[in-house]
Design a protein around this ligand. Structure first.
Ligand code: NAD
Length: 467
């Protein structure tokens, strides 16, 4: 077996790549066979022997080299993401490349703040790498999801077998090339192409010590069941149905466009998408006018055009899913706030118009389920308690936002939300702080030092006690 090099995948499966702008075939990815997977896992196990004994300075240096490589290739990564998933370059360059780069830095800096070792009475209590980690990632933010896991495992002293999404391979190939470039010791990073079948096989592979999964709640459930049967720990980062809550005293002119823009980011294909906009019921008409105005700033088009801020959906499956949910919501009585049609050129691809639906029943499919498209469910609330009730009424709990003229009121409402993150009055995210969810959004925590701690376990060494 050769370690520290590239091998051709030898599986029978093939994933056709479809350009989301034209819906034409743009390439293909061959899957790894189960034998290829065995080779990758075996390499990771051998790599673990050396890397688990690496010093923090060695890990820091590797992460520093990775940061430099990602920074150097940022432009290529942006273009690759745009080709693969239709993310406009204006969005991809920051959200899909610079933010992951900041997270890499936060993880490296996190090495300082992890409590690696402590003493409890006569016991030495130390964090040890959990071992070989299977990392399974989605297509919507491939670079971010991969780096949040891979850098965390490397920093923890573990080794990786990555199975990225088969739908967005170009940026992942570039990233794997960069990881190769930084000359990690052999066996520390391994990756295989494959679909659900290979993913399932990886989860149950006897050489895997832990599974870290980011993706849909449906697949997350299967991963947890499969891993549980083999008593493997799992970390799950799943979907969301986040609410942007605008309280009665908030400035609607600021809050409403901000939630709308956040929901349209990457055509709504972000896990933290604020796909529910909760506004005071008595200010619904005003809200609709503000949204109509904010929508005039949307430029739908070729993701490679720097002026575009809304690209196509990534896949035909997404297009069908989003369309179906919107149709059913309309049939159920929801009203369109925006009437935006696609241009003739956009009808070939997976372009979905920005959509806001009012009178959405919070208990309906659109009020409860993740859409993963540029679709906002607008709902009225009757005050803080009612807003909290509606916001907490889905099985998800990933993210959200609260807007109020009074910062202390906004914080009080935020504390009542059962979500992993809440932004107050437009505050930016913080990559040194934990990101993760509750309920159907999973229970893992990533970013900064939390990406490292997730891949460690405590070991206690009891020393003799003087009589
Ligand atoms: P998905 O669940 O369909 O696939 C995710 C990954 O799992 C892919 O690599 C896929 O090949 C693999 N997979 C599929 N079936 C599997 C199985 N049975 N066993 C093992 N692996 C399997 O998700 P997706 O469509 O790629 O991504 C979109 C979803 O990801 C959305 O729900 C989104 O909210 C979620 N997401 C969550 C976060 C977060 O941090 N919480 C971040 C990004 C995306």
């Amino acid at each position: 077996m050769r370690r520290g090099g590239w091998r051709q995948c030898t599986g029978d499966g093939l994933q056709q790549l479809i350009d989301p702008v034209t819906a034409l075939v743009s390439g293909a990815v061959r899957f790894a066979s189960f034998t290829d997977l065995d080779v990758a896992v075996a390499a990771a196990r051998i790599g673990l022997e050396a890397w688990s004994g690496s010093t923090l300075e060695e890990r820091r240096e590797v992460l520093r080299r990775l940061e430099r490589a990602v920074d150097t290739h940022a432009g290529e990564l942006t273009l690759a993401l745009s080709h693969d998933i239709g993310c406009p370059v204006s969005t991809a360059s920051f959200v899909q490349v610079q933010l992951p780069l900041r997270n890499l830095r936060a993880i490296r800096e996190g090495l300082e703040s992890v409590e690696w070792q402590t003493t409890i009475a006569h016991s030495l209590v130390r964090r040890v790498p959990i071992g070989v980690v299977a990392c399974i990632t989605p297509w919507n933010a491939p670079v971010h999801q991969i780096l949040a896991k891979v850098a965390g495992v490397i920093a923890a002293g573990g080794t990786v077998v990555l199975k990225p999404s088969e739908i967005a391979p170009r940026s992942v190939m570039l990233l794997a090339g960069m990881i190769d470039e930084i000359e990690l010791p052999p066996g520390v990073f391994n990756f295989v192409w494959g679909d659900s079948e290979l993913g399932q096989h990886l989860v149950t592979h006897p050489g895997i010590d832990m599974v870290s999964f980011t993706g849909s709640s449906e697949v997350g459930r299967k991963v947890m069941v499969a891993a549980g049967a083999h008593l493997k720990p799992v970390a799950l980062e799943l979907g969301g149905k986040s609410a942007g809550i605008v309280l009665r005293d908030a400035d609607l002119q600021v809050a409403v466009p901000a939630v709308f823009r956040q929901a349209m980011l990457h055509s709504g294909q972000t896990c933290v998408c604020q796909s529910r906009l909760l506004v005071p019921r008595e200010r619904m008409a005003e809200t609709m006018e503000i949204i109509a105005h904010a929508a005039t700033e949307i430029r739908t088009g070729d993701p490679l055009d720097p002026h575009t801020n809304l690209g196509p959906l990534a896949t035909a499956a997404q297009f069908a899913r989003v369309g179906g949910m919107v149709e059913r919501a309309r049939a159920g009585g929801a009203r369109s706030v925006l009437e935006v049609d696609r241009s003739p050129a956009q009808r070939h691809g997976f372009f979905f118009p920005p959509t806001v639906l009012a009178d959405v029943d919070p208990a309906s499919e659109l009020g409860q389920r993740e859409v993963f498209g540029p679709v906002v469910a607008l709902m009225g609330h009757d005050g803080d308690d009612d807003a909290v009730r509606i916001a907490n009424s889905t099985p998800f709990g990933l993210s959200g936002a609260v807007w109020s003229a009074d910062a202390s009121v906004a914080e009080r409402v935020a504390r009542r939300l059962r979500t992993g993150q809440v932004s107050l009055n437009g505050a930016p995210g913080n990559l040194a702080a934990p990101a993760g969810g509750f309920g159907s959004s999973g229970f893992g925590r990533e970013n900064g030092r939390f990406s490292i701690e997730a891949f460690t376990a405590w070991q206690a060494i009891h020393t003799p006690v003087a009589a």
